[in-house]
Design a protein around this ligand. Structure first.
Ligand code: PLP
Length: 368
């Protein structure tokens, strides 16, 4: 099977897996006051420092390890959405773990608004900036869209937002950005940033949350005081060490020729949602007259695994993000192709030719 759903998850690398397995043998509790415990605690703190260096966090910042980016995102919203007399702003393109949490607060009477998207899935900057007022408390903007690969220029947006109101706390979900675009958290002026290990060939169930100023953060999990009282729960040591390896191992793979090979070999009546300004590893394309799931199942029989949109949305009847930017006639035919390791440019070309052939045959068969 050729795997083209890397935005959903990636295969753990041999290196990250080896580190995971070895660390699992070293089972001591990092909170233990004996040497074996404190040695492990030191390893975790070294990973924290090293990650902050790689991501270029500010000097006062910290990073906590969480069970998934869904937890990181939920944690930020619970920490920041506190008052009903303040406004909280989100892009329509947020991942469900941000969007659904924000919706819950909206249903409870908090002043939550969602900013529309441009046709490639990036936030509409003009509308966003018009909504920034002295009453705005919090803004969350996804860095790279998990649906279309659109890049939001967080540094530029944060600078403009903070110029209008320096008290606003800014969160960005960087899960799809790590290894795909440059990350410099201090110059991006974000207060919070979420990342996840399993999107970068690391282990599942491991993620982190960057916190620029710990004194502006309220923990979500209370308990044993781990992570300097910022996130209770016994640390998942093997996954933390393995996450570090995955982050260090990231090679900035240039997928532009893969994208070209795929797009240039597609034919039929389709709408390419991901334009040239999007990251090259995620392609959202919608076909007319056929359901995305139908194409997905036919492709499986031909040896290809692809997505029809974010896996977290796969149970929804229509794609929540794409429905804002794609005409209705193309919406149900959405596919999400995402490149990763272990595929070649020729595989991308063959995938496009196979999709085009299958759609053409299907439309001929079903023509009334
Ligand atoms: N944010 C984005 C942009 C994602 O793509 C995902 C995963 O699909 C998540 C958050 C959730 O990550 P996790 O699976 O670690 O909870």
């Amino acid at each position: 099977m050729l795997y083209f759903d890397n935005a959903s998850t990636t295969k753990i690398s041999k290196h990250a897996l080896a580190v995971y397995n070895k660390a699992s043998e070293d089972f001591f509790n990092p909170s233990g006051l004996y040497k074996a415990g404190s040695d492990i605690k030191n390893k975790i703190d070294n990973v924290r420092k090293e990650m902050l260096t790689i991501l270029k966090g500010s000097t006062k910042s910290t990073l906590i390890f969480t069970s998934c980016a869904t937890e990181s995102n939920n944690t930020v919203l619970h920490s920041c959405i506190t008052r009903k007399d303040k406004r909280y702003i989100f892009s329509q393109g947020e991942h469900s773990s941000v969007y659904q949490t924000a919706k819950k607060y909206q249903e409870q009477g908090y002043d939550v608004i969602f900013i529309p998207l441009l046709t490639n899935g990036a936030i509409d900057e003009n509308i966003l900036l018009n909504e920034i007022t002295p009453n705005t408390a919090f803004v969350s903007i996804i860095h790279v869209s998990n649906e279309t690969g659109a890049i939001n220029d967080i540094k530029s947006l944060s600078t403009k937002i903070k110029a209008k109101n320096p008290n606003i706390l800014i969160h960005s979900d960087g899960v799809q950005a790590v290894g795909k675009v440059d990350i410099d958290l201090e110059s991006m002026k974000v207060d919070f940033y979420s990342i996840s290990a399993h999107k970068i060939n690391g282990p599942k169930g491991m993620a982190a949350l960057y916190i620029a100023s710990p004194n502006k953060f309220q923990p979500f999990l209370h308990g044993g005081g781990q992570e300097s009282n910022l996130r209770a729960g016994t640390e998942n040591v093997p996954a933390i060490l393995s996450f570090m390896e995955a982050l260090k191992d990231i090679e900035k793979h240039d997928f532009s020729l893969y994208k070209q090979a795929f797009v240039n070999n597609l034919s039929g009546d389709f709408l390419l949602v991901s334009d040239n300004s999007c990251v090259d590893n995620i392609i959202s394309v919608c076909f007319k007259g056929i359901r995305g799931e139908t194409i997905q199942h036919m492709l499986e029989d031909e040896g290809y695994i692809i997505g029809t949109g974010s896996a977290c949305n796969s149970k929804a009847t229509e794609n929540r993000v794409l429905k804002n930017i794609v005409p209705k006639s193309y919406l149900s035919g959405a596919l999400r192709i995402s490149f990763g390791n272990y595929i070649s440019i020729q595989d991308c070309k063959n995938l496009a030719l196979t999709i085009s052939k299958l759609v053409e045959q299907y439309l001929k068969r079903t023509k009334r």
